[in-house]
Design a protein around this ligand. Structure first.
Ligand SMILES: [Zn+2]
Length: 163
């Protein structure tokens, strides 16, 4: 992330969700990976080893995560083909974002461990966050959660179209 902090108040829901997740032992990524409800789960694309889904509590519109199907916490535990597909899918998502959202830049990142900010530390995932010049100033416009859920639906429709 850039030095300027993005103001994303809807992420409060995410923080309380991860607190609840500590109580339940179910892994959200494993569940969504196995589920057939791709529309409900905001899944954009599926590969052989990894799948892509929108972040329900995005930093910006179109914030996507690439997730291996296997429940793996460390990069070193990924097989070569899983690693390769993780980055191939990231590239594909960026191509789709370029076409439909026209971002000015991207942040790509993996938070390893809770101390590094991982919401689901047991199951690694690569964040692809589209960025626009001035989006740190622009974000408060989206402070209403209803507006965000509409933008999630439209981002999902846009990004599901294969490139
Ligand atoms: Zn998992």
């Amino acid at each position: 992330m850039s030095k300027k902090r993005l103001w994303a108040p809807w992420r409060l829901g995410y923080i309380s969700q991860t607190r609840k997740a500590k109580v339940s032992s179910k892994c959200l990524f494993c569940e969504k990976g196995k589920s057939n409800s791709d529309i409900r789960n905001l899944v954009i694309a599926r590969g052989r080893f990894c799948f892509c889904l929108l972040n329900l509590f995005p930093y910006t519109n179109g914030h996507t995560m690439i997730v291996p199907y296997r429940h793996v916490a460390d990069l070193g535990s990924l097989k070569k083909e899983e690693c390769l597909e993780l980055f191939e899918l990231a590239h594909q998502m960026m191509k789709r974002m370029r076409r439909s959202l026209a971002p000015h830049g991207y942040n790509l990142g993996i938070n390893l461990g809770r101390a590094a900010g991982a919401g689901i530390p047991g199951h690694l995932h690569l964040h692809v966050v589209p960025r626009w010049v001035g989006d740190t100033n622009f974000m408060p416009v989206f402070s209403d959660t209803r507006i965000i859920s509409q933008s999630l639906d439209s981002a999902h429709k846009l990004l599901r179209r294969p490139s």
